[in-house]
Design a binder for this molecule. Structure first.
Ligand SMILES: [Zn+2]
Length: 309
């Protein structure tokens, strides 16, 4: 899952065994037949219950990540994760498929003829990377009376002419002469990306796609305090994952700052969301898939928990 060993707290709680013990049906020969009830009790063995343990869901979703996925003191804007989710649908019975539509616009000298090929490649590579890393995780769905079901995670995207779940503004602003004015791509509100063609290499798209699936930054520059920021990723049915962003040093003094100005500090986590060029992914970055799966299946009264394992 990651190049780094999991830290304390990332491990999943021991889950109770929810499968029901096998019980013989009791037939009293002298009893009159009972009328059929609309709610039959769950089948009494896993073998019996195979036909009734199926589940699936297909729906659009839209969550404000800062409210439902995590508490993050670093990002100050509400990030929306928007798309379509299908869970164990016939087309992919053993998978959770998250699909986002993407539309591209061009500004500041960028145009489709010259720049769409590069953007489409970066976009495809970025989704593939997030999906490739997810391939070592499973979404475990627990239903009362049924065996656990483990599902793969697939992350798909589709280019649409307009109105996508993600808008990418491809921007060809030239590199500014002042190195302090570095062009930094960003995602506004989780859905509106400004992508500078002259603002870094292909890692940038991988990081920015992380924002569009609801992940916050794991770095903080120019803090007046040396206190390490703490992000809590909500586990919902799992334990929360508590992430402390490590102190990385005193920020270089801004030459324009007045003498005697208090020093500033910076913090960064050695992951794809925390450090330029870093391609370390962690399990908690997919907790939102469990949340959205749970939401999609919520109408099934047997649902007893969704986990990333
Ligand atoms: Zn970022």
């Amino acid at each position: 899952m990651s190049d780094t060993p999991p830290s304390a707290g990332e491990g999943l709680p021991v889950q109770p065994d929810l499968s029901l013990p096998s019980q013989p049906r009791i037939n009293l020969p002298s009893s009159p037949p009972l009328p059929e009830l609309p709610e039959d009790p769950p089948a009494t063995s896993l073998a019996d219950c195979a036909p009734c343990c199926g589940f699936s869901a297909s729906t659009r979703f839209s969550s404000i990540a800062d409210d439902v996925y995590f508490s993050n003191p670093i990002d100050y804007w509400a990030m929306e994760n928007r798309g379509h989710i299908s869970v164990a649908e016939p087309a992919a019975p053993n998978a959770v498929v998250v699909k986002k539509t993407v539309s591209l616009t061009y500004q500041m000298g960028a145009n489709a003829t010259d720049h769409s090929a590069r953007i489409l490649t970066e976009l495809s590579d970025a989704f593939s990377e997030w999906e490739r890393v997810a391939s070592s995780a499973r979404v475990r769905v627990k239903m009362i009376g049924c065996p656990d079901k483990d599902l793969r995670i697939l992350l798909q995207h589709e280019i649409v002419p307009s109105g996508g779940d993600i808008i990418i503004r491809v921007d060809n602003t030239p590199v500014p002469p002042d190195p302090n004015d570095e062009l930094r791509s960003y995602v506004d509100g989780g859905t509106d990306m400004t992508h500078y063609l002259n603002g870094g290499d292909s890692w940038v798209m991988v990081h920015e796609i992380g924002h569009t699936i609801g992940l916050g930054d794991e770095y903080l520059y120019e803090s007046p305090s040396t206190t390490e920021p703490v992000i809590t990723v909500y586990g919902h049915d799992m334990n929360d994952f508590v992430l402390t962003i490590p102190y990385a040093g005193q920020h270089p003094v801004d030459p324009a700052a007045p003498a005697g100005k208090a020093p500033l500090h910076f913090f960064e986590n050695p992951t794809v969301m925390g450090q330029y060029g870093n391609m370390t992914f962690r399990t908690y970055m997919y907790y939102w898939v469990a949340y959205e799966t749970s939401q999609a299946l919520a109408s099934d009264g047997r649902l007893n928990g969704v986990y990333i394992v």
